[in-house]
Write a protein that binds this ligand. Structure first.
Ligand SMILES: Cc1ncc(COP(=O)(O)O)c(C=O)c1O
Length: 389
């Protein structure tokens, strides 16, 4: 690819030098301040892990299900979620999605009798249809994956407080650098979770330093001008060398203290950033409303944090290449998941809508850090794209 200092990055890793400094100070603090978590989620039980996937592993282990129990999970997600299920000794049972990009209650109905627990994902920050899903799930332990949905709401309830338990990935929207958060709503699960948490190793201080330094460098290369000059060209080179069909396991540990302090600090005013990102998304929606594109919509009684802005396009490769030439980078999020799941996780081909979405998805930048000129550039590039009818 041609180096481009003006390229707008696909993701917003807003982990600043101040955040890095907060991280380093937190490593030496004894206690984490939970006030921001309590004021966001209410009086729940909270546990921190090194990743969101570790939090899911801990939850599944704590359920003490028989080995190889089937855990319902949308096929449309990151494969590390499937790894967490397998590492806990179980088997993913794939459920299709609907045009909200989240679990299809109709497909769940067909498969629910086989399941021992259910993982619902509020993909791209879009709350899943929780009333319908809860009704179908009945007494199954219900786990919300809120890795994308920090501060999204469903019928006035913040996501992560609707099911029995929830996981969050703090490296994503919040840009805390890294880390996972486990929230327990149904406190009958707390005792077993505490026991499982006690079995995780604590990362050494040297790892905390290393991790936070890498997070800062990564964030730096996700900003202009470095993203288009170095970050993406190097990323694309490495991407071609990675064998996606080989499973890799990441180490599962308790929290990096480096990230708990940043999480508490950033959570206090994160609603303001979400509001800006919503405004940016509404601007893009308005600009693109006369196109033939399938645009994201906000359902009734739902508050979407617009973590990501998805579009589906037929000629995806041509569209993303064209947009990159216009200095707009995009993702093809989870586009390889069905293929990898067939190869590695026993996916039997019964999620046709997910497969169709995976072949056509792109996400365009809508970050709260973008200014009006950037947003106008993104809208103009999409509107002028000759590969979109
Ligand atoms: C929907 C979803 N859930 C969970 C995860 C795992 O988060 P983490 O990287 O913190 O383990 C991801 C990661 O990409 C994700 O997209």
């Amino acid at each position: 690819m041609r180096p481009d200092p003006f390229l707008i990055p696909r993701f917003n890793f807003d982990y600043t030098l101040t955040d890095f400094s907060t991280s380093i100070k937190s490593i030496f603090k004894e206690e984490c301040d939970l006030e921001a978590l309590h004021s966001t989620f209410g009086q729940k039980d909270f546990f921190f892990t090194n990743y969101g996937r570790t939090a899911l592993y801990v939850i599944l282990k704590s359920l003490n299900l028989p080995p190889k129990s089937k855990i319902g999970v949308p096929l449309y997600c990151c494969t590390v979620v499937f790894d967490a299920i397998i590492n806990a000794g179980h088997t993913p049972r794939f459920i299709d999605i609907n045009d909200n990009y989240t679990m299809d209650p109709e497909d769940l109905k067909n498969k629910v009798d086989e399941l021992s627990a259910l993982v619902v994902i509020h993909t791209f920050g879009r709350p899943a249809e929780m009333d319908k899903i809860k009704k179908i799930a009945g007494k199954l332990p219900l786990i919300e994956d809120c890795s994308h949905s920090l501060l999204s709401e469903y019928k006035g309830k913040i996501t992560g407080t609707i099911g029995d338990m929830a996981i969050f990935s703090l490296a994503k929207y919040l840009s805390a650098g890294g880390g996972g958060l486990l929230v327990v709503n149904n406190r009958s699960f707390t005792k077993n979770i505490r026991k499982e948490m006690g079995l995780l190793n604590k990362p050494p201080v040297s790892d905390e330093f290393k991790h936070a330094s890498i997070a800062y460098m990564r964030a730096l290369f996700y900003h202009k001008p470095w993203f288009g000059l170095v970050g993406l060209p190097v990323g694309l080179m490495l991407e071609n060398k990675v064998d996606l069909m080989t499973k890799k396991s990441s180490e599962m540990t308790a929290e990096y203290k480096a990230y708990t302090g940043v999480t508490s600090k950033k959570l206090r005013d994160f609603r303001d950033k979400v509001e800006i990102q919503r405004k940016n998304s509404f601007f893009l929606l308005d600009e693109l409303k006369d196109s033939s594109l399938f645009l994201p919509f906000e359902g009734k009684n739902v508050y979407c944090n617009y973590y990501l802005f998805p579009l589906t396009v037929k000629n995806r490769d041509e569209v993303s290449t064209y947009l990159r030439k216009q200095s707009v980078d995009t993702t093809k999020l989870f586009s390889l998941t069905p293929k990898i799941a067939k190869h590695n996780y026993g996916y039997a081909g019964d999620c046709p809508f997910t497969e169709a979405i995976s072949d056509t998805i792109i996400t365009i930048p809508n970050h709260y850090t973008l200014h009006q000129t950037g947003l106008k550039k993104i809208a103009a590039a999409v509107k002028c794209c000759p590969y979109i009818d």
